[in-house]
Write a protein of this length. Structure first.
Length: 133
């Protein structure tokens, strides 16, 4: 870590079923870090890494839904033999949420790939900070 450069934060997400889960805490980190935050998207069995710089903007047009969380009760439970939940749903205000974002294959293919890309981005940032006015 160089004293003139703010640390770069990389969030790693494994993509096996075309969806990622992005917690409230992770979204807040992206807001706080701005251009110093990215997502390394690890694609299924191939383990190819694709990069999402500025995910707050890049992921905005993709299909997404919210998943709510309650501290007093788990958001998961068991089903009966007829696929009905055994437990009643949680009540009260949710304590937190996560975004469930669908990442279609054509979008995945449009993302930059490999560690060389990230190194170029980081080096470009260092050059911009060290060049005169």
């Amino acid at each position: 870590e160089h004293p003139d450069f703010e640390p770069f934060f990389i969030e790693v997400k494994n993509l096996n079923a075309l969806q990622i889960f992005w917690s409230k805490r992770q979204i807040e980190m992206a807001e706080a870090k701005g251009s110093r935050y990215c997502i390394a998207l690890v694609l299924g069995e191939s383990q190819t890494v694709r990069w999402i710089l500025n995910p707050l903007e890049i992921l905005k047009p993709l299909p997404k839904r919210v998943g709510w969380s309650w501290k007093t009760r788990s958001s998961s439970g068991e089903f009966d033999d007829f696929w009905h939940p055994k437990d009643s749903p949680p009540t009260g205000s949710a304590d937190s949420f996560k975004a469930v974002v669908t990442i279609p294959p054509d979008f995945q293919d449009s993302l930059p790939e490999g560690i060389d890309y990230l190194e170029a981005v980081l080096n470009r940032g260092k050059q911009n900070l060290s060049s005169p006015g």
